[in-house]
Design a protein around this ligand. Structure first.
Ligand code: HEM
Length: 235
């Protein structure tokens, strides 16, 4: 008889939530492209699926960091630790899938705005790849150190430091998304007639994550400075 543990049900819940976001993001992007008469390239299913994967990767990883920060806020007094690891891990796997699908799709016919000639990237193409590589490279650190055996082998302090690298990866992601969508941002009237582009939602969730982190650093500093110096010295 199979035993369904609590952690199994949690991972299934997070997996289903991610599948729903992929589906909704892909459909939203399709409706938006159609409504604004934006050019839909060949292989449209995989093109929009890739948008769903990319968006959900960014959202899932951000949710993981948001939950981690919310769990630390004493005023809220909620503990989301059971979910945050799964949002991070599944988000990372989706990011890897997005890279794989992007490299399959990437050419000057589907993405003319990222290429100078048929086989050479323009500045925006180069920057998209550059920040994409930086982002996945940085996300790799928290992902590896989330593996239970690696985590147990590290001290709590160095484990925390590796997890914080994810914030820099999110920062790189803002630029990756900016350069990947530069053509939309520059064609303001054409792209924005109906429905906001997906990357606006992605920026919003990343900025929320970074703001929460800034608040938690500020609160921590404030708590430390509320102690007289002698007490801090004794701690
Ligand atoms: C080597 C690394 C990477 C490559 C080659 C790459 C490639 C691409 C390409 C070609 C696009 C444009 C797709 C389109 O407009 O349909 C894109 C957009 C995007 N990528 Fe990546 N990417 C990389 C890493 C990442 C990572 C690590 C993440 C997230 C964790 C990510 C999330 C996104 C997002 C959210 C978009 C914008 C989607 C949209 O606005 O529709 N990418 N990427």
């Amino acid at each position: 008889m199979k035993i369904i543990t609590k952690s199994n049900t949690n991972i299934i819940k997070v997996f289903i939530a991610n599948c729903i976001i992929i589906f909704l993001a892909a459909i939203y992007a399709y409706i938006r492209y159609s409504a604004n008469n934006l050019p839909i390239p060949d292989g449209s299913i995989i093109f929009f699926l890739n948008k769903g994967l990319a968006t959900t990767a960014a959202i899932s990883i951000s949710i993981s960091y948001i939950l981690s920060n919310l769990s630390k806020l004493k005023s809220i007094n909620l503990n989301f630790n059971a979910y945050l690891k799964y949002f991070g891990t599944i988000g990372f796997i989706l990011a890897a899938l997005h890279i794989f699908v992007s490299l399959m799709l990437l050419n000057s016919i589907r993405f003319p705005y990222l290429f100078k000639t048929a086989s050479v990237f323009n500045f925006y193409g180069e920057m998209t790849i550059f920040f994409g590589v930086i982002s996945i490279g940085l996300f790799l650190m928290p992902a590896i150190t989330s593996i239970t055996s690696v985590k147990l082998a590290m001290g709590a302090n160095s484990w925390k430091k590796y997890q914080q690298i994810g914030y820099f990866a999110l920062l790189a992601l803002i630029f990756h998304v900016y350069f990947a969508n530069f053509f939309q941002t520059s064609n303001f009237s054409k792209s924005f007639a109906y429905l906001l582009p997906l990357h606006y939602f992605i920026w919003a969730i990343i900025l929320t994550t970074l703001t929460l982190k800034a608040i938690s650093i500020f609160k921590k500093k404030q708590t430390i400075s509320e102690f007289p110096t002698e007490v801090q010295g004794k701690k």
